[in-house]
Design a protein around this ligand. Structure first.
Ligand SMILES: *Cc1c(COP(=O)(O)O)cnc(C)c1O
Length: 404
């Protein structure tokens, strides 16, 4: 039983829901990781936009250790100090008046969608039940959230799926106008599509969606699970756009690697979640809340947020310089430290083939769909690690082009 686990144990013992890379990282510090063989990697993946402060950041380790020696869990039969502190912090830093806690992004969206339905039911009646979302969007893996998401491959074969869900075209206001009406209870949108390929919403589009919600007494839900907590260079992306949603969901970077999710809303809207209407055993768990509070307090400072924008420019310059040499990308896009590079037509749908070459060179990166190379590193990644990581990416791309 004390044998060191191997990658083949994955195939033998774990559900085949994933196809992980061959190496198994065992230790991380800042933006560097080491695998079982002691090989070192630069981390541009950040656990898919989760490790917002890199690996084992002292502020988060301190919060985890001191809470770990104090109190882990109580259930919601009692409240606890870390959850109360985190709720107050999020309310004071955003448009919201109230927070609901859970353990993941999918659960935060499930809560948001249920709240939107319930609010419409309470205020207007059961007829107002239509939810509008967008093609290519991603909102989680529960049956409700895969049905709302705009990638049919995630809900196919799991039917019957929940009804009352309509899909419009992202960044196309006319397509929303065609679907919206008095029976719309909510529009849910990612300010920048993440899994869908790192596609920022245009400001006009988001302003238009806000207006359509107001005109039709529908709630606007921003899914900021991937864009939230400093990722775009503001605490939340809605602040970049100057457009305020009625409900906002947050997870990923919120816990910096500890599983936690939050659904934020105004008093008026959250009032529909009366005692007993919704819940979660782990929601507001003391350990999760203590770590999340430390993450938000560390990230929501002018220094860290300005650092995200500065690092964005560095990533963009390096990727554009690599592209001038190899011509593999159509463009470099994104906001803050959520960056995507869609492949040029000659290399269409082949972004995934870069990943093992990068790993071989000592770099971890991501894709967003088959055609987009994605990067979501630590918000405080040192400049030296960006330089070294880009040198490794350059070598990986040279090999990718040579073998193409
Ligand atoms: C990752 C993600 C989710 C799902 O979060 P989980 O924690 O995996 O449930 C939902 N929405 C967006 C925009 C995401 O990027």
């Amino acid at each position: 039983m004390n044998e060191t686990p191997t990658r083949s144990d994955f195939d033998q013992y774990m559900a085949p829901t994933y196809a992980p890379q061959q190496v198994i990282p065992t230790r991380g510090e800042g933006s560097r990781l080491w695998d079982q063989a002691g090989k070192e990697y630069i981390d541009f993946a950040g656990g898919i936009a989760v490790n917002a402060l890199g690996h084992c950041h002292p502020a988060l380790v301190d919060a985890l250790q001191s809470q770990g020696n104090t109190l882990w869990h109580l259930s919601n039969v009692y409240t606890n100090e870390p959850a109360l502190r985190l709720a107050k912090c999020l309310v004071e830093s955003t448009f919201a008046d109230k927070a609901f806690f859970c353990s993941s992004g999918g659960e935060a969206n499930e809560a948001a969608l249920k709240l939107a339905r319930r609010y419409a039911h309470d205020h207007y009646g059961a007829y107002k039940d239509k939810i509008i979302s967008f093609q290519q969007s991603f909102h989680g893996r529960t049956l409700f959230t895969v049905s709302v998401g705009g990638q049919p491959k995630y809900s196919q074969g799991f039917g019957p799926i929940p009804g009352g869900i309509l899909h419009a075209e992202f960044n196309d206001l006319d397509s929303v106008r065609k679907l919206v009406g008095d029976d719309t209870c909510a529009i849910i949108v990612e300010p920048m599509q993440g899994e869908g390929g790192i596609v920022p919403a245009t400001p006009d589009f988001l302003h238009g969606v806000r207006q359509l919600c107001d005109d039709n007494r529908a709630l606007l839900i921003f899914d900021e699970v991937q864009t939230g907590v400093g990722r775009t260079g503001s605490l939340y992306a809605y602040m970049e756009y100057g457009i305020t949603p009625d409900i906002l969901t947050s997870a990923k970077s919120l816990g910096g690697g500890f599983p936690v999710g939050a659904m934020l809303a105004t008093d008026e809207v959250m009032a529909s979640l009366t005692a007993g209407t919704h819940g979660s055993t782990y929601g507001g768990n003391a350990l999760a809340s203590a770590v999340a509070l430390a993450a938000v307090e560390f990230i929501d400072t002018p220094d860290v947020l300005a650092g995200v924008k500065k690092r964005h420019d560095l990533f963009r310059e390096h990727l554009e310089s690599i592209n001038r040499r190899y011509g593999v990308f159509q463009q470099v896009r994104g906001m803050g430290l959520l960056i995507g590079a869609p492949m040029a037509p000659d290399y269409a749908e082949r972004a995934k083939d870069i990943l093992p070459l990068a790993i071989d060179e000592g770099l971890m990166a991501l894709v967003a769909g088959p055609n987009v190379l994605r990067m979501a590193p630590s918000l405080v990644i040192p400049e030296a690690d960006i330089e070294e990581g880009m040198a490794r990416l350059d070598r990986a791309i040279a090999r990718f082009v040579a073998q193409a």
